[in-house]
Structure formats: C-alpha cells, structure tokens
Design a protein around this ligand. Structure first.
Ligand SMILES: Cc1ncc(COP(=O)(O)O)c(C=O)c1O
Length: 402
C-alpha cells in the first residue's frame, strides 16, 4: 500500500482529479511519442534535442513553406497589413487579401465562391455543422477526420457510418433510409492516415442518386492529385456531384488556415449560418498571403509535384522491398502498419535513433491491429535523404525482428 506521505492529496474539484488521474495522459508522458519541440528547421532537415534529423512526417508535400516567393509574400503582407485582422470576417476582420485568395481558390477549384478560415479544422467543422440540422441524416465514411466528426456531432443530425471507402456498404445504408429525409454525404479525398484515395466516382454517384448534399474534405488531395494539383474531384474528372469542397491551407499550400468552396448561394448561406465563420477571428494577413503565393507557385512551377511523385514512388518501392505493409497507400501519405504497439514503438524508436522523425499512431487512434508509423514524403526530400531513410528503415526492420 502506498504511504500517505507519497500520495498527493485529492483535489476538492473533481475535474482537477480527472486531469491528474487520466491514464492516456500518464501513458503519453511516460512514452513521450508526441509534442516534440523542434529547435530549428531548414526544409526537410530539422534539429531535435540538439541532433540533426530528417523530417518524414510533414504535410508540406510540395515543400512550399520554404519557397522564397512564399516566404517573401508572408513578409510583405506582415509589413503592409500588420500582424492580425483582430476580428471576425462578419465584423471588423474582412480584408482585401481574403477576397483575393478566395477568388483565386474558387477559380482554381472550379467553384463559384470560397470562404477561408483560420484553420482547416474550422473549415471542416463549418462545412458540415452549418448545413445539416436535427432530423437530417448524415452518411459518413467511418475513417473521417475528427474535424468532420465534430461538425457532424454539432449539427445534431442522425449519423450513419459506413465501412471505409466501401460503396456497397453506403448503398445498403442509403437504401435502408427514408427517401424523404434530407441527407448529407461526407467523404475525404485522400484519407490521411491510410493514404487511400476516395472511391469518389462510385460514392458520389450513390450520393447523387439519393439526393445527398455531398461534402468532400480534400485537405490531402489539394496540390497532390488531379490536373495541376486541383485535387481528388479533378483526379476523377468530377465536379458537379460534390457540393462542397473543404480542406486545409496547411498541407500542400505551406501555410495555415482552411477553406470551403462551393456555389455562391452555399457560401453565402455559410456566411449567415456558420458559427465557426461568424464567431472566430479571420485568417491572418501573413498566412493568407502565403497560401495565395503558394497557389501561384503550384500553378506556375509543376516541378514540385513531379518531384513529390518521383520521391513517393521511390520511397514506397523501398518500403515494399523491405516487406513493410503500407496499407495500400496510393499517395505521399504512407503509413507503415506494424499491427501492435509492441512493434510500433520500438520501430519508431529505431528510426529516431537513426535520425528519422516519424509519428507513431496506435489504437484507439487507428483500428485495433493497425498500429502504425505515419510517414509522409515531400518534394523537398533529396536523393541522399531518401538513401538515409532507406538505411534507417532496414535497421528498424532488423531491430524489431520483422
Ligand atoms: C483530413 C483532414 N481534414 C482537416 C484537417 C484540419 O486541417 P488543419 O490542420 O489545417 O486545421 C486535417 C489536418 O490534419 C486533415 O488531415
């Protein structure tokens, strides 16, 4: 029995005890897999704990966060507009630079209008919560990002989860639903944990046949897939069947923030009804200018996408040659599935030992038996870095005894 001397007295407030006793927090602090503080970064090279390492888990797919034109645009905007719009778009926070980015993004995505928020998370919550209501029916792929689930929950609509990327399961759920119900279908273009491309043609067609309002979060498809990097709908040559495209500016566009793109009447409805839009401060001048400059670079310099895909192919082939399971990833977001935390943790540690920064993701964050190391390739990775990554992977495979 623990001696009273060593046990801390209970808080009088139950919530303080909940914080102190939380098992997930205790485990996180014990194994220390998250919240690592990087002391310096130059492209895909970082410094962590005084050591040089290669970043292999960034969403900066095209490496544009370090592009000179992008950095320059952020600096210029900061000097011209100051640090913050200091208010919501609906009140004092709308600026010419927001409109410029929104028009540019809408044109790029082939939509009439667009609205940008200060995070992709907010955009995805807004894209779902603002449109569905209590009494409506939402069909969501069971592997959707948390931001979409939060929006779905906030809407108070009834939710039907269908099996991941599975048109048969969606069909069954739709056929069992009331034809009279107001319906929404929520999908991701590229599922970020698995790297899977959405089976959009079949899923969107089913949505269309059952009069669903379809929301597609293309956070990981924008800049990566489709003609000129226009995303997953463009990849399949689809447009009309998707009512809302939402996503993030923090991945291929190397900034922070998010967007919702749709027809003008849908965007105006969002501006009237979305609490995330009305009650949160606007995207900052620097981050807006950065996203806008990155969008120009994406359109004018195709070499970044070409390099991204060449790196992705080489990296995926290397993983397969080592016998590693990449969960069928088809994109630069590539998981290494190890199947249990007892294998994932030492694998992650071995990569770290060899100077490779990755992210461990274990159940319940991923389905049981899918415990994995999340990695992502960037156009910034050099051939030498890919060699070094290959050597580290071989070392980790040996060390874990796979
Ligand atoms: C699929 C998906 N949607 C939305 C978001 C939220 O974007 P942000 O991080 O820019 O807020 C993310 C980010 O991880 C994501 O992966």
């Amino acid at each position: 029995m623990a001696l009273p001397f060593f046990t801390k007295p209970k808080h009088t407030k139950p919530l303080l005890n909940r914080c102190r006793d939380d098992l997930a927090t205790k485990m996180r602090l014990k194994y220390d897999p998250y919240y690592h503080v990087i002391q310096a970064q130059q492209g895909s090279r970082i410094q962590l704990g005084g050591r040089d390492m290669i970043m292999l888990a960034s969403n900066d797919y095209l490496g544009l966060s370090f592009h000179p034109k992008v950095v320059e645009a952020g600096q210029t905007a900061l000097r011209k507009w100051g640090a913050s719009p200091t208010g919501a778009r609906s009140a004092n926070g709308s600026r010419a630079y927001h409109i410029e980015l929104e028009e540019k993004l809408a044109a790029f995505l082939g939509r009439e209008a667009c609205h940008v928020h200060s995070s992709g998370y907010l955009s995805c919550v807004a894209a779902t919560a603002s449109f569905a209501q209590k009494g409506d029916l939402i069909f969501g792929d069971k592997n959707l990002h948390s931001s979409l689930w939060d929006g779905i929950r906030l809407s108070m609509a009834t939710v039907e989860r269908f099996a991941h990327n599975n048109p048969d399961d969606l069909r069954e759920a739709l056929e069992a639903s009331s034809p009279a119900a107001t319906k929404m279908l929520v999908l991701e273009g590229v599922y970020s944990m698995e790297g899977h491309i959405c089976r959009l043609p079949e899923l969107a067609q089913l949505g269309e046949a059952h009069r669903c309002f379809t929301v597609l979060d293309d956070a990981h498809g924008l800049g990566v897939l489709g003609e000129g990097g226009r995303g997953t709908a463009a990849h399949f040559g689809l447009g009309d069947q998707v009512d809302i495209l939402c996503g993030s500016l923090s991945k291929s566009l190397g900034s922070t923030g998010g967007f919702v793109a749709a027809s003008r009447e849908v965007i105006e409805y969002l501006r009237t009804n979305s609490k995330q839009t009305i009650f949160s401060a606007a995207l900052s001048p620097a981050q807006t200018a950065i996203a806008s400059a990155a969008l120009d670079v994406l359109q004018n310099e195709p070499e970044h996408r070409e390099r991204l895909w060449a790196n992705t192919r080489r990296y995926r082939d290397m993983l397969h040659s080592l016998g590693l399971d990449t969960w069928g990833s088809e994109t630069p977001a590539i998981p290494i599935v190890l199947g249990s935390k007892e294998r994932a943790y030492p694998f992650w540690q071995a990569l770290r030992e060899k100077g490779i920064f990755t992210i461990m993701s274990i159940a319940p964050a991923v389905p049981a038996g899918k415990d994995l190391i999340r990695t992502a390739i960037s156009a910034l990775h050099s051939d030498e870095q890919l060699d070094q990554i290959g050597e580290a992977m071989a070392y980790a495979v040996k060390k874990v005894g796979l």
